[in-house]
Write a protein that binds this ligand. Structure first.
Ligand code: BGC
Length: 453
């Protein structure tokens, strides 16, 4: 009698990094020197909630490092606060750097490799007042901060991200007004911010490599899977505009392919070319898009999320923040960007899901998708789930919960969600067992993928 072969565990390569992502302003608390603090005071948070103590990392990050260690996490993406390190223009605070040194040492002691992002949405107030990335001094200012920070921290970290999601920073600050400086429809500013950030990034890339030869340096880019709402030409055009001006605009500059229209970057494209050592992918969802003549400030693009899609929790105003939650989209992004011949890190993937209904499906589907890709020869070196512990979700305050661990901002009490144990099991197996797949990724194999990014 022939026995049925038992289905195998989908194993990952040895040394694969299983991580989580965080950012300074969202977890540290008490970041009073940042433009986000000013934004909070001016009523910019839709729920009216201040960031307050956030996850209290400035006083006690080790509490959550212990949780990460207990889950087996071996890579933690965090950011440093420029506002703390350089609280006044040209004046550095040695105590802030000392603080970050002890955080990084705390991670290394737990066998967790840090990946440090140097800018995650938050600016020092003095820099914001100068116009932030529209200021003529932005490259000088950003480079000064980079030089100081890398010189102080490079013995403790070798993975650096210059920027988190320049595309989101520019859209939310200058097109849809959700983040400071809360401008709407400022398309020229939007493009110039991106161009200046690309120049800052390139200078930072070379500066870091000069100070630390074997550093791995890149940035993270947010990708949304845009699909035309109807198969009509104008909607296809809208999907194309959305992809080009959101997903691809920064990548195209850093890859040295093209500069956005009506900007000065063409002259400098050579300086920016190939300033990345890996592709950093942040991906949550997909939206349908339609051409909308009434939206010139958004490039004539209207985003739609048809009912019956998996969205995660809605915002208090009833919006699906990332459209349809779409971890399968990792495949589309990796296949498309493989042309640059760089290894990939998935740096954010997750879902707002207070009741922890969808999260295990998101994790299992992301992991299955990565496994398929690795099997087909794509180099994916690590996965970072967003996020470890519920944290300050920018303009949505504490309304949206992305944590593997639930956190009550009033009491600081932590309670791991079932997803935390699930992720820990994946890490322990270094892969997905048939049982996990059966339970949590039933449709990962059969999905029909939309075509456009
Ligand atoms: C940002 C994070 C944010 C997450 C969830 C990402 O675009 O980098 O800071 O918390 O999305 O909204």
């Amino acid at each position: 009698m022939s026995e049925k072969p038992s289905p195998e565990i989908l194993k990952f390569p040895e040394g694969f990094l299983w991580g989580v992502g965080t950012s300074a302003y969202q977890v540290e608390g008490g970041s009073t020197n940042s433009q986000w603090y000013e934004f909070e005071k001016a009523g910019g948070i839709r729920t009216g909630e201040p960031s307050g103590r956030a996850c209290n990392w400035w006083e006690d990050a080790e509490r959550d490092f212990d949780l990460a260690q207990a889950m087996g996490i071996n890579s933690l993406r965090l950011s440093v606060s420029w506002a703390r390190i350089e609280p006044e223009e040209g004046v550095f605070d040695p105590t802030a750097i000392e603080h970050y040194r002890s955080m990084l040492a705390g991670l290394l002691e737990r066998n967790i490799r840090p990946m440090v992002c140097l800018h995650h949405f938050a600016n020092p107030v003095w820099f914001e007042k100068k116009g932030a990335f529209l200021s003529k001094d932005c490259v000088i200012d950003f480079t000064r901060f980079i030089k100081f920070t890398i010189a102080e921290l490079s013995d403790l970290c070798s993975y650096w991200l210059t920027f988190n999601e320049p595309n989101v920073y520019a859209v939310t600050g200058y097109l849809d007004g959700e983040h400071p400086p809360a401008l709407r429809g400022h398309i020229t500013d939007y493009l110039n911010v991106l161009v200046n950030m690309a120049l800052c990034h390139a200078k930072a890339y070379h500066t870091i490599h000069r100070l630390q030869e074997d550093a791995m340096v890149s940035f993270s880019n947010h990708f949304i899977i845009f699909t035309e709402a109807k198969s009509q030409l104008v909607d296809r055009l809208a999907a194309r505009i959305a992809s080009d001006f959101f997903n691809n605009v920064f990548v195209n500059m850093v890859a040295g392919r093209k500069a956005p229209p009506f900007t000065a970057l063409n002259r400098y494209l050579e300086q920016v070319k190939d300033t990345w050592d890996f592709v950093g992918v942040n991906i949550y969802g997909g939206v349908d898009v339609a051409f909308d003549i009434t939206k010139p400030g958004m490039g004539f693009v209207k985003r739609l999320t048809p009912k019956n899609r998996r969205t995660g929790d809605l915002t208090p105003e009833g919006q699906a923040m990332f459209g349809e939650i779409y971890p399968q989209g990792i495949r589309i992004v990796v296949e498309k960007l493989a042309r640059y011949n760089k290894p990939f890190f998935i740096l954010e993937s997750g879902v707002p899901d207070r009741a922890d209904i969808l999260r295990r499906w998101v994790i299992a589907t992301a992991v299955k998708t990565m496994h398929d890709l690795i099997g087909r020869g794509y180099r994916i070196l690590g996965y970072h789930h967003w996020t470890l512990v519920d944290n300050f979700e920018w303009a949505w305050g504490y309304a949206l919960r992305f944590g593997l661990v639930e956190m009550d901002p009033a009491t600081q009490a932590r309670q791991p969600r079932p997803s935390a144990a699930f992720y820990a099991d994946i890490i322990k197996e270094n892969g997905l067992t048939p049982d996990m797949l059966r339970k949590y990724a039933p449709d990962a194999l059969h999905e029909i993928f939309p075509s456009s990014i």
